[in-house]
Design a protein around this ligand. Structure first.
Ligand code: PFF
Length: 451
């Protein structure tokens, strides 16, 4: 059980704020028309994100078990446990490739600390610098051992925290890491906003280009909402089983969703002015390039750039760690409760095979790059299969379950804490969870099918 209110928010927010808001969001915004994407994303968080979060938290706190156990506690001897099993599968598959990117972050933090990242970089020659950072990244991620070792390093960090359990491990780590993350973000915002030419970047980010508003873009914004709020993945079901019974689910969901969105917006405020001010190409905002090429290029040109680089990769590592902890907890809780293992052995049962699976993902940039599943490398296949399919399907099963099939009064009891709070919001939540939420999730699935 989480001990304090702050712990509940820090852990849940820690799960939500991760590579999704920090790295995926600016790239999605760039591709989908800047401000227009931001507006649609905000609408998605409000209309769909908060209610789906309330739905999943309700399943978890009413079911009071791991993701699979929560569904079957609520509807024993039915097939609804599959809703939890899908989340379990999604979270484990995501861990396999997420750990790899978290590992790269660890390596870049290390290289910033040691100064290796910037050795041999000549300032003044912008094109040459971009080329050098690019080839370094390519050489690093496609080498066999170096990225594997940092990926395993992050897995070990996760295992150590998870072994300590929910209160002494996850809650304590989140209580330390989340405030640190916000301080780092504020420092970077302050820096970006004082750059010459920052206004052009802000104009791009906040000016909505409505010509980009297509069904595909709305599908992308919905997908981003799921990814960034950790929906459809068993995390919220698992975490809510550790919520005290007086935690109010609607304000908690609203706080977590708003703060996650604030982080994403802060990242936009950091990235776009920086990219404009340094005259960099907007195309350089794509995923891996943004973090591992474009930003190092900026740091190399800044006074005190090495220090900034250390702070940035620390920020990214902290964000990734609090998210991987939550992804890992879904499986650890499952093994602990369903297979009745001690915390220590559950963590080992989950993390040891992950060493192998994440290695396969890591090697898909190098030795295994020719090994394809449906024409994609292992890493890309897992990324696409989980984000486009498993997440929305799992969320759909969850909202239909709690909206229509869970024992009567479950949702109401959870939303109102058995009639003691938030009575007025309850009919709105119930309506959204029963009707528009499943329909909107179907839109994501169909837009994914049409891509
Ligand atoms: N919400 C976290 C992030 O945005 O990075 C962690 C995460 C959860 C990632 C669920 C992906 C996902 F499908």
């Amino acid at each position: 059980m989480f001990k304090t209110k702050m712990g509940v928010i820090a852990a849940t927010l820690g799960s939500a704020v991760g590579l999704g808001s920090i790295w995926r969001f600016p790239a999605e915004a760039q591709e989908n028309g800047g401000g227009a994407f931001l507006l649609v994303y905000l609408a998605c968080v409000l209309i769909l994100g908060i209610p789906v979060m309330v739905a999943e938290l309700s399943i978890g706190r009413a079911g009071r078990s791991d993701a699979v156990g929560a569904f079957s506690n609520l509807r024993p001897r039915s097939g609804w446990w599959i809703g939890g099993a899908l989340g379990l599968l999604a979270s484990y598959l995501i861990l396999c490739f997420y750990m790899v990117v978290a590992g790269w972050t660890l390596e870049y933090l290390w290289d910033s600390l040691s100064g290796d990242l910037f050795s041999g970089i000549a300032s003044g020659d912008a094109a040459g610098m971009e080329q050098t950072f690019h080839s370094r990244m390519e050489a690093y991620i496609s080498s066999d051992w170096a990225p594997l070792i940092s990926t395993w390093g992050v897995i070990v960090m996760n295992a150590v925290i998870l072994i300590f359990g929910v209160q002494k491990g996850i809650e304590r780590a989140s209580n330390i890491m989340m405030p640190l993350l916000f301080v780092l973000l504020l420092v970077f915002c302050g820096f970006a906003l004082t750059l010459p030419g920052a206004a052009d970047g802000l104009r791009f980010f906040f000016h909505p280009d409505f010509s980009k508003m297509t069904w595909g873009m709305i599908g992308n914004a919905l997908g981003q909402t799921f990814f960034s709020l950790s929906l459809g993945i068993g995390i919220l079901v698992t975490y809510a089983s550790y919520y005290p019974s007086d935690t109010r689910l609607v304000p908690t969901s609203a706080t977590v969703s708003v703060l996650t969105t604030v982080v994403a917006v802060m990242m936009g405020v950091i990235i776009f002015p920086t990219v404009f001010s340094f005259g960099l190409d907007l195309d350089s905002l794509r995923g891996t390039t943004l973090v591992f090429v474009t930003l190092p290029e900026v740091f190399a040109q800044m006074p005190g750039g090495r220090g900034w680089s250390v702070l940035f990769f620390l920020l990214l590592l902290v964000a990734a760690l609090t998210s991987t902890l939550s992804l890992g907890e879904v499986s650890v809780a499952f093994v602990e409760k369903r297979l009745r293992r001690s915390r220590l052995s559950a963590t080992l049962i989950v993390m040891l095979p992950l060493l192998v699976f994440s290695a396969l993902c890591s090697l898909s940039f190098g030795a295994l790059s020719d090994f394809k599943i449906f024409g994609e490398t292992i890493f890309n296949f897992l990324d696409m299969f989980t984000t486009n399919w498993l997440l929305p399907i799992t969320a759909l099963v969850g909202v239909i379950f709690i909206g229509w099939f869970a024992p009567k009064g479950t949702l109401r009891g959870q939303v109102t804490n058995d009639g003691t709070v938030s009575r007025r919001i309850w009919p709105v939540m119930e309506f959204i969870i029963r009707y528009p939420a499943p329909l909107l999730i179907l839109v994501i699935l169909i837009s994914g099918l049409m891509k």
